[in-house]
Design a protein around this ligand. Structure first.
Ligand SMILES: *Cc1c(COP(=O)(O)O)cnc(C)c1O
Length: 350
């Protein structure tokens, strides 16, 4: 049979997203780190006010309106911002611009599985370096590889830990390739690495509206980097990668910091409470700076609990990967959702 695909595409596994149940299904969905609260009312109002004329015409090629708003909020010049169709697109654009077959792409594991998928797509060489005990970054090993691209998610998924800024700075200063700091969960954390881009031309910070701003369905993410790095990325992005609707809605959302911050306060309080309740049930819970918890059930029966909860329409995440087989990742839901989860777990482990 004829094979239509490049050898590396033929050989690669597909990225497996968390299950996305059909709209309207009654499930407690704690498997994809979505925000349990609705988007800002201002974002929904912007959606209501979309003008047909904006849809008739092509959108702004660089999402200018959103860039201006993000520039105000982050206090970086707007030409230091690249906007994407979700932050996944920015990750993809970095890979297309900076990697080719035979070069190295390196990241500590466990982490976001998409980094592997993107590397396989480019037929670049994957260098995975396991985190040291309790998620200490293997700094020297990462530097020694000196990849064309080095990915660090901070806060990391699925562990929820933040990588210390000193470690990131060592990477930035000693790598000759690009350092991608993926801050998808930064809104739930006290620390961020934005200051690095001002000092290091090889650093790009990636952010998203999917988690903190409750807009996973909108698909809008962005990167912040020195314009010298962005100019290469702009060459390989799609010409009109930000649709007019996403641009308008995301602009309203990022401008409404007060609403986002209020949701984050609630989620952090729920995170503390869920942590305590799981600990009381004998779970080991890693300290989280994100909107999810990595936990180890007392009997180590992670896959069993995942399956049994799924039968009860409670979705959490089980990763069949080394180091994660006895662990689960649970998105922080509303207090009602978290309580339903706790009740279900209690019944299963008693
Ligand atoms: C959710 C997530 C993303 C993807 O965000 P989108 O903007 O929705 O594409 C990127 N990186 C990490 C680590 C994530 O968890």
């Amino acid at each position: 049979m004829t094979n239509f695909f490049r050898a590396n595409v033929d050989a690669m596994a597909s990225y497996v997203p968390g299950e996305q149940p059909k709209r309207g299904t009654q499930v407690i969905k704690l498997n994809s780190n979505e925000n349990p609260y609705p988007p800002s009312p201002n974002a929904l109002a912007a959606l209501q006010n979309i003008d047909g004329e904006w849809l008739r015409r092509y959108p702004e090629p660089f999402g200018e309106q959103f860039r201006q708003a993000a520039s105000q909020v982050l206090k970086v010049p707007s030409d230091w911002i690249i906007v994407g169709n979700g932050s996944d697109e920015i990750l993809n654009v970095v890979m297309r611009a900076c990697t080719e077959p035979g070069c190295k792409v390196v990241y500590p594991t466990p982490t976001y599985v998409l980094y592997r998928t993107l590397t396989e797509m480019q037929a670049a060489d994957i260098v995975e370096i396991p985190y040291i005990e309790d998620y200490k970054l293997p700094v020297a090993e990462l530097i020694a590889v000196n990849g064309a691209v080095t990915f660090i998610a901070s806060p990391n998924s699925p562990s929820g830990h933040v990588v210390p800024i000193d470690d990131l700075e060592k990477l930035a200063s000693q790598l000759s390739g690009v350092l991608v700091v993926d801050e998808a969960y930064v809104d739930f954390s006290e620390a961020d690495a934005l200051a690095l881009v001002k000092e290091y031309e090889n650093v790009i910070i990636i952010r998203t509206l999917s988690k903190g701003y409750s807009l996973a369905g909108l698909r809008l993410g962005f990167g912040v980097a020195n314009p010298k790095l962005l100019q290469g990325l702009f060459k390989v992005k799609d010409s009109y990668n930000i649709d007019a609707i996403a641009c308008a809605v995301a602009t309203a959302a990022i401008t409404d910091q007060a609403y986002k911050n209020a949701c984050v306060v609630k989620i952090k309080a729920s995170r503390t409470q869920l942590t305590t309740e799981l600990q009381q049930l004998g779970f080991h819970v890693w300290d989280s700076h994100a909107n999810f918890l990595l936990v180890q059930p007392p009997q180590g029966n992670a896959e069993y609990l995942y399956q049994k909860l799924k039968e009860q329409q409670i979705l959490i995440r089980y990763f069949p990967y080394p180091g994660l087989l006895d662990k689960l990742r649970i998105t922080i839901g509303t207090d009602e959702q978290n309580q339903a989860l706790i009740n279900a777990i209690k019944a299963l482990i008693s």
